[in-house]
Design a protein around this ligand. Structure first.
Ligand SMILES: Cc1ncc(C[n+]2csc(CCOP(=O)(O)OP(=O)(O)O)c2C)c(N)n1
Ligand code: SF4
Ligand SMILES: [Mg+2]
Length: 344
């Protein structure tokens, strides 16, 4: 591990792992947790801190990754870890980074770059804590990474719908009924796009999925190396909330990408770069039909043909009509120009 030279924004220089054989064998999130079998969010925690290494402080907002990971007298965390209130991952990240910097400046602790990572669920981050995350991403003088683990519901309190729950899904707040088949008819928020487009001081935003573990770890390493406030959105299949056999977690992550529902990309200093199978889709490989992903999950078991077609049409739109396919949802400039010239 190398370090940058300036004190003010010093970061650890974490080179990417060049292939799975180069990944460190040390674990900083080990046994002792009680997450469900097949829980991808637990895997995300393990990979996240494996990528960041030992000189890391992790802060976690309330949710499955707090509750199931810190059962009475046990914890899987090997690095220092602190719980923070449900909507405050952003505040915790900023406060910790600022506190460390002040202590080092006053000579009260050794001067060294320490990684600060705050994680939050989709309920805690994309709904309740959105303002605090946004504020943190404006403070370029403090290094921190906010990682949103998105299991698409308030899972810990028994699968209530969040702003990240997909269209039509069955949750405890949106059970399909006889009179009304679909209770939840809002399209999911575009968190990474929102963070990247709206925060000029944030130099790095990425999307990840633990089905692609090395790529995921390398994006964590890049975020921590580049410094300032950074943001990563991870899509995490959740056997309990999505209602599928736990052995399908990895496959569902892959299908989310292959269908184009969840694109893998990073935005570094304003440049969009697509990754892996998403890159292949951008270059012309056909997307798998969304039904291959949706119909493997019990939360969509009530879907009829019309619902599947609507879902497919919305995903097609993000690839075919968005200004930056699957990233920025404004209508394409050429379409806008054509519309303007047609009017004049
Ligand atoms: C202010 C506040 N409101 C409600 C709760 C109850 N609560 C605890 S965990 C949780 C769900 C959080 O959902 P999410 O952030 O998506 O994390 P997940 O449980 O899905 O991992 C809720 C509502 C709380 N702890 N604090
Ligand atoms: S409910 Fe979902 S996110 Fe929570 S521990 Fe179980 S699988 Fe993981
Ligand atoms: Mg959640």
């Amino acid at each position: 591990m190398a370090e940058t030279t300036t004190f003010t924004n010093a970061t650890q220089i974490l080179e990417p792992f060049r292939g799975v054989k180069r990944v460190t064998i040390e674990e900083y999130f080990t046994s002792g947790h009680r997450t469900c079998q097949g829980c991808e969010s637990a895997l995300v925690m393990k990979l996240m801190v494996k990528a960041s290494g030992p000189r890391t402080i992790v802060l976690g907002s309330t949710g499955c990754m707090y509750v199931a990971n810190t059962t009475y007298y046990t914890t899987p965390w090997v690095v220092p870890w602190m719980h923070t209130q449900l909507g405050s991952s952003g505040s915790a990240a900023l406060g910790t980074a600022a506190g460390l910097k002040a202590l080092m400046r006053k000579g009260k602790m050794k001067t060294e770059p320490i990684n600060v990572i705050a994680f939050c669920g989709d309920g805690g981050g994309a709904d309740m804590g959105l303002g605090a995350i946004s504020a943190t991403l404006t403070h370029k003088e403090y290094n921190s990474l906010i990682l949103l683990y998105d299991n698409e519901s308030y899972a810990n309190t028994d699968i209530q719908l969040s702003g990240m729950t997909p269209y039509g899904a069955n949750t405890t707040f949106s059970p399909p009924g006889k009179a009304k088949r679909l209770i939840h008819t809002r399209w999911k928020k575009n968190m990474a796009g929102l963070m990247a487009a709206g925060h000029p001081e944030c130099r790095y935003v990425a999307t990840v999925c633990a089905s692609y573990a090395v790529e995921m770890m390398n994006k964590v390493r890049r975020a921590l190396t580049i410094g300032g406030p950074t943001f990563i959105h991870s899509l995490d299949p959740c056997p309990k909330g999505w209602d599928y056999d736990p052995m399908l977690s990895h496959e569902l992550g892959e299908l989310a990408i292959e269908t184009g529902i969840f694109p893998l990309y990073e935005v570094e200093d304003g440049q969009v770069k697509y990754y892996g199978k998403t890159k292949a889709l951008v270059e012309g490989r056909p997307r798998k039909p969304v039904r291959e992903y949706l119909l493997k999950q019990g939360r969509f078991a009530h879907f009829i043909e019309e619902d599947l077609e609507h879902f497919q049409a919305k995903v097609d739109e993000m690839w075919e009509k968005w200004e930056i396919p699957a990233v920025v949802p404004f209508r394409r400039l050429d379409a806008t120009k054509a519309a303007l010239s047609a009017k004049s």
